[in-house]
Design a protein around this ligand. Structure first.
Ligand code: AMP
Length: 192
């Protein structure tokens, strides 16, 4: 099973991807998590990505394409994977198509979580409050200014992907405003 989750920041992509990893026994490949790990380890990629991420902007297509291409070659991706936060631009989607073709792989579905934008800032604030309550570290881009920028980046660069995948006949849309279990059930219906 090879899936892509599309949707703005705070739409629930990460939450749903995590739930599906258990159900299907395939890993969640979050480019955001991979980049944050690179920043934490101060690798070359991490050093190049940090300021861009903190500002809520997108890291270059070249960097993320390479990270994803390497990651899907790992043995734990043999049965499939769930892409969360990638592709995020049309050139990344084109690169992914080429990448999969060269590896002899195909996507099973692209699932878009549709959400009301006004709810997203509230969700980000809740995520911050939950992280603080659990004694965790708040993401450096989970603040109102960077979040606004992330939403703008989404509108300008990522939203056109819906049309791209509608064009390939792979796009499935789910109401991301419903509660977590309902959203999961809707996704499972699509994948059944
Ligand atoms: P996320 O955890 O998916 O919200 O990603 C956090 C940040 O990582 C984004 O705001 C970008 O700066 C960067 N990032 C993650 N995935 C990508 C991607 N596919 N293309 C470019 N930048 C990305």
């Amino acid at each position: 099973m090879r899936l892509i989750f599309l949707g703005p920041p705070g739409a629930g992509k990460g939450t749903q991807a995590k739930l599906l990893t258990e159900r299907y026994g395939i890993p969640q490949l979050s480019t955001g998590d991979m980049l944050r790990a690179a920043v934490a380890q101060a690798t070359e990629v991490g050093k190049r990505a940090k300021a861009v991420m903190d500002a809520g902007q997108l890291v270059s297509d070249e960097i993320v394409n390479e990270i994803v291409s390497d990651r899907i070659d790992a043995p734990d991706c043999a049965k499939g994977f769930i892409l969360d936060g990638y592709p995020r631009t049309v050139p990344q989607a084109v690169a992914l198509d080429r990448m999969l073709e060269s590896k002899g792989l195909k996507l099973d579905a692209v699932i878009e979580l549709k959400v009301d934008e006004a709810a997203l800032v509230r969700r980000m604030e809740n995520r911050v409050a939950e992280t603080v309550a659990a004694g965790g570290t708040v993401r450096s881009d989970d603040n109102p200014e960077a979040f606004k920028r992330r939403l703008t980046e989404y509108r300008e660069k990522t939203a056109p992907l819906s049309e791209y995948y509608a064009g390939t006949g792979q796009l499935k849309t789910v109401d991301g405003m419903a509660d977590v279990n309902t959203v999961t059930a809707e996704i499972e219906k699509i994948l059944a």
